[in-house]
Design a protein around this ligand. Sequence first.
Ligand code: PBG
Length: 341
Amino acid sequence: MATIGNPLATLPEQPAAGLPPGARRPRRLRGSALVRSMVREHHVRREDLVLPLFTCPGLGVRHEIEAMPGVARMSPDVLVEECREAADAGIPAVILFGVPDHKDGAGSPGYDPEGIIPRAAAAIGEAGLDLLVIADVCLCEYTDHGHCGVLTEEGVDNDPTVELLARASVVYADAGVDVVAPSDMMDGRVAAIRGALDRAGHAEVPIMAYAAKYASGFYGPFREAAGSAPRFGDRRGYQMDPPNVREALREISLDLEEGADVVMVKPALAYLDVLRAARDRFDAPLAAYNVSGEYAMIKAAAERGWIDEIRVRDEVLVAIKRAGADLILTYFAKDVARSLG
Ligand code: PBG
């Protein structure tokens, strides 16, 4: 019977249309927020998040990074407050990148026991926060030429660089860093770091290896933040070639054989297939780095009103989980942890 105000009432009489009885109706499980939440297959949890932080010498320093809104280089005193907020938001770990005030050809500020990472780690330790401190281990922030190791005419000299990375790892562990994360892509560095840590009495310190790290344009804003853009050339002689996926599996397999505890794929978004392949092949915990360029793109488009930052951010992070990552390193970590309520 037609009712006044029913828009359907104005339509001409329709034949009894519709799906046959017993038809499949997947929309039944999308009808309300409650039912959607019950059948949701993947989640981003606070425990999955690692917040990257940049630290520099000084007192009271907070230098905002233009291409990464909300991200700043901080002196250890300011960094401790940022870490306190991260811990309060329920984030289990931060990863530290050091930006020293001087650099040299051998990256020696990177393995100086009085350097920026040991000082920052000590400051966080003194604050007694419930937070794991991971240190990125690489020389590019500490070399005056901006490459990830010591140079010969041909490029980065692998074996002497590995020695220095092992030395840096021990220095960081001595200063109280909980996990070391080599991001240099030198051959054999995981075994060398494992051996050096064990000999120095740090057998309990895990290694989170940037196992499949690609030579990527998505690192652009990070290099501004860390002041680590190479002065000449690029990193293609040691970071991976973007089209390769089988090579990534070989790299991950080598790092696991050498003693890596957690393996990482980096960047995340353009490499979700690599994450999936790694998840299917290996049992080890798998991390993905949602890198600076991925963050900057979302921030920039959202600032112009072209996309909804929160929706896109959450979509991207759950895509990384869906692809198989256990852990996500992301500059969004604090915002996401807070939004999880
Ligand atoms: C190297 C390092 C880089 C990033 C993490 N560790 C830069 C590079 O290899 O050029 C990039 C992270 C990001 O873009 O967010 N120490």
